[in-house]
Design a protein around this ligand. Structure first.
Ligand code: GDP
Length: 480
């Protein structure tokens, strides 16, 4: 009898890194694929506050993608797209304009409703799913909860305004998440529009569009005049083809909650983006620490539907509570099983909250544990400094600290004080924030304390390098 570290983590709904850390405390240095004997597994389970017997009978084999689909069961699925960009560059307008390109958009009674995501049916029969909460806050919040929903980011840049601070942030977020980008150069109808200047300026942010020999597609559009929306959709479909997006529709549904609310008339309503399998009315499911039986499925046109397959966003009615955006969604066999998992997770969340309140471990520490255990290969950092010269000097010095085992990865760097967006990015990526001759604003300080994001201030580059090296080798513990 044996079980891999990954499987054990899945069964307990714990992170692999946490299991590895527990094993480290017990004097065992292992990797995620390491196999444990039953006795060791039982010890780990007790050590992590679970009852081994419970796991054996409960057999919680959840975690998105925890089990594999046979290659022949996989079918192409539509891409899921998030639109990001600077405020007023036209994200909302573009989402509305794209939505109106649906072949059924002009049908009588084509009433749409906001459910957090919508799907566009193109004349070719292909489909694209858009998450319709624009901006990187929602994107990052989901990622911080471990959800990977977005396949492609469309970066909107207004051609009359060019690259702005939130454009740069959006680029950093997409890159940190390893999600490919397509640039939509918007407002080309405006007199001052200069698309080539935008393409040129993107180079400075390491976004190389095709015109400059890179592999990032760019499309000139006008959300207002509805110009080139079909070209943008073609670009998305081309990128999707390169990504070879596939899912098995013939299995119990799994997905992610993109939005959830308490509706006065309908009770708790959650929008689920199905990522594998097909969801049916009557299915029993768990969503985070909430469970239920699907009473009704409603699509983004307010139609009741019987089923929802991969990349299809639907509102689910019949929950016994309100889950959170980013929570995983699973269909399970029985109500008792659903209740068991939901109760287990509620208990786990409470414990995690208590641990956090008691000054428990933070996220950077998880990353460092992963590095020490060999499961993580990068130490992500966010650098903020008073002048560009310092930013570059620090980034260059840190790059030299990379070894063949661990590299330092600069997620984002810029001039100015540490702000909320820096903290959000660092939290989602378990990164260290380095402030060089700058401080955090009060909101960012409060956020970093609450979310246990490690932030360090420096005024001597040598000290930055020293600390980062010490963190990487485990000589220095995060402090918060
Ligand atoms: P968001 O903040 O990025 O969501 O931007 P909005 O979609 O709210 O657009 C900001 C402003 O730009 C609004 O006044 C829009 O009407 C305008 N706008 C958006 N797209 C275009 C466009 O293609 N051309 C022109 N001329 N104006 C646009």
């Amino acid at each position: 009898e044996s079980i891999s570290v990954q499987d054990l983590a899945n069964r307990m709904s714990e992170r692999g890194a946490d299991v590895i850390r527990t094993l480290m405390k017990m004097g065992q240095l292992v990797t995620i694929n390491h196999t444990l004997d039953a006795d060791t597994a039982e010890l780990v389970v007790s050590e992590m506050g679970h009852t081994p017997k419970r796991v054996a009978e409960g057999d919680i084999e959840v975690g998105l993608g925890a089990d594999q689909d046979a290659p022949e069961a996989l079918q192409s699925r539509p891409p899921v797209v998030t639109i990001m960009g600077h405020v007023d560059h036209g994200k909302t307008s573009l989402l509305d304009a794209l939505r109106a390109t649906d072949v059924a958009a002009h049908e009588a009674g084509g009433i749409t409703q906001h459910i957090g995501a919508y799907q566009v049916n193109l004349p070719s029969g292909q489909k694209i799913t858009f998450l319709d909460t624009p901006g990187h806050e929602a994107f990052t919040a989901m990622r911080a909860r471990g959800a990977k929903v977005t396949d492609i980011v469309v970066l909107v840049v207004a051609a009359d305004d060019g690259i702005m601070p939130q454009t740069i942030e959006a680029i950093a977020h997409a890159k940190a998440a390893h999600v490919p980008m397509i640039v939509a150069i918007n407002k080309i109808d405006k007199p001052g529009a200069d698309a080539s200047r935008v393409r040129q300026a993107l180079l400075q942010h390491e976004v190389q569009v095709e015109e400059f020999g890179g592999d990032v597609q760019s499309v000139e559009v006008s959300a207002l005049k509805k110009t080139n929306l079909d070209k943008l959709e073609e670009a998305i479909l081309l990128q999707a083809e390169l990504l070879d997006l596939k899912a098995n529709p013939e299995r119990a549904a799994e997905g992610t909650i993109v939005e959830a609310k308490l509706d006065p008339g309908r009770g708790s309503v959650a929008t689920v983006l199905v990522q594998r399998g097909t969801l049916h009315t009557g299915d029993v499911f768990v969503a985070g620490a909430v469970w239920g039986r699907v009473r009704r499925l409603v699509d983004d046109r307010n139609n009741s539907v019987e089923v929802a397959g991969p990349a299809f966003p639907v509102e689910v009615l019949g929950l016994n509570g309100t889950p959170e955006a980013g929570d995983e969604f699973h269909v399970v066999d029985t109500e008792s099983r659903a209740r068991e998992i939901a109760e287990y997770r509620a208990r786990r969340d409470r414990q995690a909250q208590l641990a956090k309140a008691a000054g428990g471990r933070g996220t950077l520490e998880e990353m460092l544990a992963g590095i020490r255990a060999g499961t993580a290969k990068e130490l992500p950092v966010v650098i903020k400094a008073d002048v560009q010269g310092s930013v570059e000097a620090i980034a260059a010095s840190l790059a030299k600290q990379s070894t063949d085992k661990v590299s330092v990865r600069v997620l984002y760097s810029g001039v100015g004080g540490v702000n909320e967006s820096d903290v959000t990015l660092a939290r989602a990526s378990k990164a260290l924030i380095i402030g060089f001759n700058v401080r955090a604003n009060p909101q960012a300080r409060e956020m970093s304390r609450r979310d246990k994001v490690e932030m360090r201030y420096y005024s001597i580059i040598y000290n930055v390098v020293d600390d980062v090296r010490a963190l990487m080798t485990g000589l220095l513990e995060p402090t918060y």
